[in-house]
Design a binder for this molecule. Structure first.
Ligand SMILES: [Zn+2]
Length: 185
């Protein structure tokens, strides 16, 4: 049984990045939650996968700190920790998805590459950027190999429009989950 923890970024009083689509504010916390829950549902339906999420609504119990996310992953003895985020940059010139890991080797790096390839295949509408190391707390401190997916840029109108679409979120979640399966295969 492979134990996967999905971690939708931000939540509650922390909206993450905020974008605008047709005048309506869109929060990273909501996109990350929607995509992560689709990934979790898709993977949980497969045999041999036990899936947990660090939050399944706008806010879990109280605020969910980075430390809480790591503790959750460790407590559930995760084999892989997958944090889901959406990117933002000013001025709005960047687009595409990227996958982060902690070190240039090891399981996190292997998992990041597997998920990157699966997204590139399943989600051709969003440009593939890169797999790269980063010292983010949740990558550094989890006992499990950990990756962080930046699904697209909320500052890019095309990426944002796609990520805000329910059917697209479902496909995106499935692509991430397929990448997890490919990693464990
Ligand atoms: Zn974020």
């Amino acid at each position: 049984m492979n134990r996967i923890v999905f971690d939708p970024g931000h939540g509650g009083i922390d909206p993450g990045a905020v974008g605008k689509l047709n005048g309506v504010e869109i929060c990273e916390k909501d996109l990350a939650l929607a995509i992560a829950l689709e990934a979790a549902d898709w993977l949980a339906a497969k045999p041999d996968y036990h899936v947990e999420v660090t939050r399944d609504c706008d806010i879990a119990k109280g605020e969910l700190s980075l430390e809480d996310r790591v503790t959750f992953s460790d407590r559930h003895k995760a084999d892989l920790f997958v944090s889901i985020h959406c990117n933002a940059i000013a001025p709005p010139v960047a687009q595409g998805f990227e996958v982060f890991h902690y070190k240039w080797s090891g399981e996190g790096w292997t998992a990041a590459n597997a998920v990157f390839r699966a997204i590139a295949k399943g989600i051709p509408e969003i440009a593939p950027r890169s797999v790269k190391p980063a010292g983010f707390y949740v990558l550094r401190c989890t006992a499990a190999p950990a990756i962080l997916v930046e699904c697209g840029f909320m500052t890019d109108p095309n990426d944002l429009k796609l990520m805000a679409d329910k059917a697209f979120q479902k496909r995106y979640g499935a692509a991430i989950a397929q990448g997890v399966i490919n990693y464990f295969a």
